[in-house]
Design a binder for this molecule. Structure first.
Ligand code: ZN
Length: 413
């Protein structure tokens, strides 16, 4: 979706503010000779930025307003290196609340609802985002934070919570507990607002049915306000993103080329009115696509498909982008196969083609040859690549407590 004139004017204003502030990005833009934007072509010349810049600017190097205008900071938990600090002005907090309240409204939540908030409160943006949105909407917030399932269930019953906000894993845990304790008749939940992460259809179905609720995916990241910058509407696919606050692009994560609507790639977000820490063309490393056309609900906000995974995990075979989530989906369809796998990609110079080798584990009761063939056919029909498949015994692939590396690309060696 091409940047429109109103958005362009806002970006121009942001660049001029950034340059005047003398912050980290003012130096980046000065060096690149960027003084403003007056056309979509100008916009495309602005360099991308990502988390590494925010770390370089630690702690407050990206602040673009005087100290007296900052009312709050949030921080994203870095798994590696320094955390990222994002300063907010009063208007930033209010804008965030407005977007989040819109999310609740799109989910059909009103001021009569009672919203039980289980994401954590603190430096990160989760719990407090759900809270500011709830207060803006005028609903009753029940600010539980995470954990303490007994208390969660007690409050849910006694206060007759109608909305649960949670991660998908915590929603699943609560659903299981409600099932186990036979409490379904005592709860009044109608809707669940789930922090967007990759979660399976099976999990979604289970939570929805166990709690008897409608589920909504909410999108956001700390660098760009926090959760609440987009949500799906009822019965429709994809999340509406608020284009009066944010401009969204999808790029090829490897080349940086902007992709047309409908094509899958990395989400890049520009904040149009953020004051404390404006970000222009911020690479989120989240993978999705812009859904073409208008939504049946009639809302004009553009839509992002559900998040497919992280661009850092993506790999390319025969020019086709593939994601671990797709491999996991395929393995989930095959009887007797574990969720562990290993993928080796090499280049066959003699025939000038890529070779993809998939190693999976299977239980002893299944026929390894037939299982391998099933997986090969599924890759062929769903991903359009034909791998060589090795089926080995259960618990023979290496496990690690940290994130296990599963994709090995030998082509550049
Ligand atoms: Zn819609």
């Amino acid at each position: 979706m091409k940047i429109n004139d109103a958005q362009l004017a806002l970006v121009d204003k942001q660049i001029k503010r950034i340059l005047a502030s003398g912050n980290y990005y003012s130096k980046v833009y000065q060096k690149a000779g960027i003084t403003g934007v007056s056309s979509p072509e100008d916009f495309l010349k602005i360099p991308f930025t990502d988390k590494a810049d925010l770390r370089n600017a630690y702690p407050l190097g990206i602040q673009a307003v005087p100290d007296e205008e900052v009312v709050r900071i949030h921080s994203s938990s870095g798994t590696t290196g320094k955390p990222v600090i994002i300063p907010y002005t009063a208007k930033d907090v209010d804008d965030w609340a407005t977007m989040f309240a819109r999310c609740y409204e799109i989910a059909g939540i009103t001021k009569k609802d009672r919203i039980q908030i289980t994401p954590g409160y603190g430096l990160w943006t989760a719990g407090i985002g759900f809270q500011v949105g709830c207060e803006k909407l005028g609903a009753m917030a029940i600010p539980m934070g995470p954990g303490n399932t007994d208390k969660q269930l007690q409050m849910m019953i006694d206060l007759e919570s109608t909305v649960i906000c949670a991660t998908s894993s915590y929603a699943l845990l609560l659903a299981e507990e409600i099932n186990r304790r036979g409490l379904k008749d005592k709860i009044k939940l109608k809707k669940g607002v789930i922090g967007s992460e990759r979660w399976s259809e099976a999990k979604r179905k289970y939570i929805g049915e166990a709690l008897g609720i409608e589920l909504y995916d909410i999108y956001g990241l700390t660098e760009i306000y926090g959760p609440g910058i987009g949500i799906n509407c009822l019965g429709e696919y994809g999340m509406h993103i608020f284009d009066d606050y944010l401009y969204t692009e999808i790029i090829d994560p490897q080349t940086g080329e902007v992709l047309p609507d409908g094509e899958e790639g990395e989400i890049v977000i520009t904040t149009l009115v953020k004051e404390g820490a404006p970000l222009i063309r911020f690479r989120t490393h989240d993978l999705s696509r812009i859904l073409p056309g208008e939504c049946r609900c009639g809302r004009k906000y553009p839509r992002l498909d559900i998040i497919k995974g992280r661009s850092d995990d993506m790999f390319k075979v025969h020019g086709v982008n593939m994601f671990p989530s797709q491999v996991e989906e395929i393995l989930g369809m095959v009887d007797g196969v574990s969720s562990e796998y290993k993928i080796d990609i090499a280049h066959d110079d003699a025939n000038n083609r890529d070779i993809i080798m998939v190693t999976v584990e299977a239980e002893g009761r299944v026929d390894f040859n037939a299982t391998g063939e099933t997986i090969r056919q599924l890759f062929k029909s769903r991903l359009n690549v034909t791998p060589k498949v090795a089926v080995i015994a259960l618990n023979t692939l290496p496990r690690s407590e940290k994130k296990t590396r599963r994709v090995f690309d030998h082509r550049e060696e």
